[in-house]
Ligand binder design. Sequence first.
Ligand SMILES: CC(C)(COP(=O)(O)OP(=O)(O)OC[C@H]1O[C@@H](n2cnc3c(N)ncnc32)[C@H](O)[C@@H]1OP(=O)(O)O)[C@@H](O)C(=O)NCCC(=O)NCCS
Length: 404
Amino acid sequence: MNEIVVRAGVAEDYEAVSAVFAGAMMFDPSDDDELGKQQFEPERALLATDGAEVVGTTRALTRDLSVPGAVVAAAHVTGVGVRATHRRRGVMSELISRQLREVPEAIAVLWASEPGIYGRFGYGAAAWGTSYEIDLRRVGPPRVELRPGELGVLTADEALKELPPLLRALQERRPGVSGRSDLGWQKHLEDKKDHRDGRIERQILVHRDEAGTLDGYALWRGKMNWEATGPANEVLVEELVALSPAAYTALWQYVLTLDLAATLGYGYAALDEPLQQLVTTPTALNRRVSESLWVRITDVARALGQRQYAVAVDLVFEVADDIIPSNAGRFRLTTDGASVSCEPTDDPADLTLSIRELGAAYLGGRTFAEFAAAGRVTEHTEGALNAASSAFAWPIAPVSLEVF
Ligand SMILES: CC(C)(COP(=O)(O)OP(=O)(O)OC[C@H]1O[C@@H](n2cnc3c(N)ncnc32)[C@H](O)[C@@H]1OP(=O)(O)O)[C@@H](O)C(=O)NCCC(=O)NCCS
């Protein structure tokens, strides 16, 4: 075996990079992946090579992300895979550490295939993903009073033009939501028949308010299913974005009451998903919670300075970071509720923690108090823990709407 060499990608690497990742994740890559290829940012890929063979990869996509009170640049890390022949020899560690030192953004984010992988690199689980497997016969869907506004459907071409502003508006309200470029939207709405798993083509349901302005949409599909006792069709909601309570209830009421349907799956609910307040039997949502978006802060001062805080605070954090030396040390975070500053300091620390806890708390969905109780944050100044927990918390839970 040769020495493993790590290098940046070039455009011609796309097929090899895709093959390594598909092999590692055990999925059958698409024959026609033109949009995936266009999304490949070769200079943002790192490849581990053994001679001429690519044996490990990681990539980053240039996208933005909503964080408390702002939308910021975030390296969207994807395609992490190592050939089984080269596992457990430190290939991933080399790729991920180098990637973290090189990304220009102040934060990197990813979805982990397994929660045990990324904590060692300073990623913290910052958003809980909630999935529903709704029993439609028990759930008791929202009874919508007839309000002004109406539902309609769009073609994919119309959706490409009409839906992007709604996602951007959602980013203004809820942390954890990734922005999509035009190309990202094309890929998101791509609907290849061999990827439908027996379901019908994607349905694009929209809601318009009284003035005719689009204020919500649901992307959904159905699958025919017949049981001994009769029809038991399956509905899958892929995405639902609503900017008003009227749109939210009308869209959910529609998908929850489709004829012949027995179950509805939805994989991207928020921990505080309003649907829980609308149905008569929330347990029939069959809610499961798992980690979704992991955040890794690559530049503490910049990252903490670019989000907003729920209350005014003036605290010194002592941060440990084994991978990025400039992050290790003490930082003073000061905010009066309007302006925010975060600078390195020699002042004594109020709280000590690792970069992992800082990343986990960054989107406002986890508290320092939770980590302190587990011994992962240490309070040196009385009251600092509650102050930091209150400042970082956010009234609306973060949610990541797609696995990228
Ligand atoms: C996960 C994967 C990338 C790890 O690559 P690798 O080169 O074997 O990883 P390394 O040798 O650098 O391992 C570094 C450490 O992570 C640990 N680790 C690796 N994979 C792990 C996993 N799935 N769960 C928990 N720990 C893991 C290793 O045990 C090692 O720990 P140690 O230093 O204490 O011994 C590789 O096994 C793989 O491709 N898996 C399938 C695809 C996948 O899950 N990709 C991630 C997509 S988000």
